[in-house]
Structure formats: structure tokens, C-alpha cells
Design a protein around this ligand. Structure first.
Ligand SMILES: [Fe+2]
Ligand SMILES: [Fe+2]
Length: 406
């Protein structure tokens, strides 16, 4: 980093070029985290990834708001093949730990350092809005780096992180201004990324694949409350579906990815809310089986159908039960449960609104040209038939084996 240069060396044109690079790195990081959410096994990491990708969406938003003041269109590729190669490669990590190491021990520390350098070098008063953005982004970045240091403490940096560091160097660093050594060779351990067909869970969990959507008949109030919060503790499944939709829809407007990053983060928060409730009541959340068949079932459909199943199926239909819960908790004076469900409902209203707002555009993106209303109606029917019934049929599986538990 050329910290010895005189201050105010970043001029207007250079500023734009740099902001485009940062915006690109933050946006691609968000997409890579979304792509890897289902494939990452450790629940603590999954919960963190929901937050990390939402924070990165905030950073893109800050940079976008500044960029649209100084260039049209606001979103532009960085115009540097080496930087594009770095972010295209970062997804092909051999493991989840390597992926997070590449992002949060190589790319993000360099990005944070460059934000710091930029703060010192830009025209302080004329470019004050950029400085404001950096000041706030850096609060998150520092916390992200601290998180990664602790989360990955048992995972020493290996060949993959060295490869990512060399790719970054070949791009002249985050700023593009450093000397550029030749690009490195791909390491043998590189694994071509493929979207996970199964949602990974760590070894503490049992996976339940059947009867996932069915309700226990007439349980007593306490049992029903436990079931409701056990169900929250599995909402990582919704986060994983939203993450897949983000990853599969790169052509959508930024505002969609921004809303969807929040949607994904919310579902990780609902999962955590279930975990916290269970802990408050003396239960270990890892003893609640995770119905990962829901993910496998939803993933067989295109992204627009998945989005419709989630927002118009699950989320739209969740409210009657939520209102019943609120009434039950009011009766028993169960403040904690009522508070949790109140916040959940506030989020879910947003998710349904996102569904109405984005579904037509997402259908277009995925080549569905049926009228929106008819598509929603058919997809909700599909949801009732396959999800609410608990059958969750998977392709290549006969009806008999899907119902094998009965
Ligand atoms: Fe939720
Ligand atoms: Fe939701």
C-alpha cells in the first residue's frame, strides 16, 4: 500500500474506478456466501453467513448510493480482468473453511485496509459522502475479520488461501495499484463449484426427511408451543432457499438482491430465535432433527417457482397459526414467546411483500411467461399437494418410497 504518497492523491476519475472495484468485491462476496450457504455444514457458520451476506449487501448499497451520484449506470464491472478472475475463482474452494478463509482472511482484510487507505487519500471535504460510507462499512468489516479469526482458528491457512492471495496480487491488490506478479496456477485441490442438491448439516444433527409439512393432531398447548419453536429452529431451510434464489438470479436488479439478502438474513435470525427459545426452555437445539428434505424438494424447481413456493405458499399461509400462537401466549402470559413471534411476524409481512413485488420480474428472469396470477395459483396448489401434505416428492423417487414411513 503506497501510504507514503501525499494525501489527496485520489482524484475524481480514480475515485470512481476504485469505488467500482470495491462495489464489485462486496457484491461478489455476497453472491459467493449465498451460493455456499446450503453446502456449509456447521450451524454456527451458517447463522453467521446470513448476517455476513446481509452486511455485505449494506456495503454494496452504501457504495451504490455514492456511485449513482458520480456515474451512470451506477453498477459497472471493474474493467480489470484480473480482479474479475479473483472473484470468479473465490467460489471454487475445496471446503467451506477454505472458502471462508479465502474471503475473510485474504480478500476482506485487503479490502478493509484499502478502505482505510482511501479515507486518507481522497479529498476530505469534496468527497465526504464516500468517507461517511467507508466509516460505517469499516465497523462491519472489522467485526467480520474478528469473527473469521475466531471461527477459523482451528483451520490453518493452506494452499487455497495462498492461491487467493496470489490472484489478488495479480490484480494489483484491491486498489489495482500495486505491482502485479503473474497470475498463479490453479491448485489441484480447487473444486469446481456446484450448487448443493442437499442442505448440509453438521454431525450433531439427525435429518428428518418425511412428514415435514404435516401438523401433529391436537397437541396440548405446551407441546404445540414446543413444536412451533422447534420449527423455527429449522428455518435455516428457508434461508438456504432464498440464498439459492439469489445465486441463480444474477440478472435481477440490485434492489432484488438487496431485499433478498435481508430475507435470507431474517430466516437465519428466525432459526436463531428458535435455538434461543429452546435454550431458554432447557432444550438442546441439536437434538431437534432438521427436515432437510424440504430443501431437496424445493431445489428441484426453478428459482421463480422456489420463490413463489416460499413467499406465496409458506409465508403467506403462516399468519393464521401465528395469530393463534399470539392468542395462546397472551392467555398464559408468555411474554418471551409473544415477543419472538411479534418480531417474526413483522419480518414475514415484509417477505410476503417482497414476494408480491419481485415475483413478476423473477418469472421473467427465469423464462416463465404465464400470467402471474395463474402461476401463483398453480404454484400454491403445488405447495399444498407436495409440501402441506408432507410427501415432499423428489424427482426419480416413486410415490411409494416418498410415503414409505406410513
Ligand atoms: Fe421465517
Ligand atoms: Fe420468511
Amino acid at each position: 500500500m503506497q501510504v507514503l504518497s501525499p494525501p489527496e492523491q485520489i482524484d475524481f476519475a480514480h475515485n470512481k474506478q476504485l469505488l467500482n472495484r470495491y462495489r464489485f468485491i462486496e457484491y461478489e462476496t455476497l453472491r459467493i456466501l449465498a451460493a455456499w450457504l446450503p453446502a456449509t455444514a456447521r450451524m454456527e457458520w451458517k447463522l453467521a453467513m446470513g448476517r455476513l451476506l446481509w452486511e455485505d449487501a449494506q456495503h454494496v448499497q452504501h457504495l451504490y448510493q455514492r456511485l449513482r451520484e458520480i456515474q451512470t449506470p451506477a453498477f459497472r464491472p471493474p474493467g480489470d480482468a484480473a480482479l474479475e478472475a479473483l472473484m470468479a475463482e473465490a467460489i471454487h474452494a475445496p471446503t467451506d473453511a477454505d472458502l471462508l478463509g479465502g474471503l475473510f482472511r485474504v480478500i476482506k482484510p485487503a479490502l478493509a485496509a484499502t478502505y482505510g487507505w482511501h479515507c486518507d487519500q481522497t479529498f476530505a471535504n469534496p468527497d465526504a459522502p464516500t468517507l461517511y460510507a467507508f466509516k460505517h462499512i469499516l465497523i462491519d468489516e472489522e467485526a467480520q475479520l474478528a469473527w473469521a479469526e475466531e471461527a477459523l482458528a482451528e483451520h490453518p491457512p493452506g494452499e487455497w488461501e495462498a492461491y487467493i492471495a496470489d490472484l489478488l496480487a495479480a490484480a494489483g491488490g484491491v486498489s489495482g495499484r500495486e505491482e502485479r506478479p503473474p497470475a498463479p496456477r490453479r491448485p489441484a485441490e480447487r473444486r469446481q463449484f456446484e450448487l448443493a442438491g442437499e442442505a448440509a448439516r453438521d454431525e450433531r444433527f439427525e435429518l428428518v426427511n418425511r412428514n415435514a409439512g404435516q401438523r401433529v393432531v391436537d397437541p396440548d398447548g405446551e407441546t404445540q408451543r414446543l413444536l412451533d419453536f422447534e420449527s423455527y429452529s429449522q428455518e435455516m431451510l428457508a434461508a438456504e432457499t432464498v440464498a439459492v434464489i439469489i445465486y441463480l438470479s444474477p440478472g435481477m436488479p440490485w434492489a432484488f438482491t438487496y431485499d433478498s439478502a435481508r430475507h435470507c438474513y431474517d430466516e437465519t435470525r428466525h432459526c436463531k430465535l428458535g435455538i434461543e427459545w429452546l435454550a431458554h426452555h432447557g432444550h438442546d437445539y441439536t437434538e431437534v432433527p432438521q427436515n432437510t428434505r424440504i430443501y431437496a424438494w424445493r431445489t428441484q424447481y426453478d428459482a421463480a417457482t422456489q420463490y413463489c413456493l416460499l413467499t406465496m405458499g409458506n409465508e403467506t399461509h403462516a399468519f393464521p397459526r401465528r395469530h393463534e400462537q399470539m392468542a395462546d401466549y397472551a392467555k398464559t402470559g408468555d411474554r418471551l414467546s409473544a415477543q419472538y413471534v411479534s418480531y417474526d411476524m413483522a419480518d414475514e409481512r415484509q417477505h410476503v411483500a417482497f414476494g408480491h413485488k419481485w415475483l413478476p420480474r423473477l418469472m421473467e428472469e427465469h423464462g416463465i411467461d404465464r400470467p402471474v396470477e395463474a402461476f401463483v395459483e398453480e404454484t400454491v396448489e403445488l405447495w399444498k399437494r407436495e409440501y402441506s401434505s408432507g410427501t415432499l416428492p423428489l424427482p426419480g423417487e416413486s410415490e411409494a418410497s416418498a410415503n414409505g414411513a406410513h
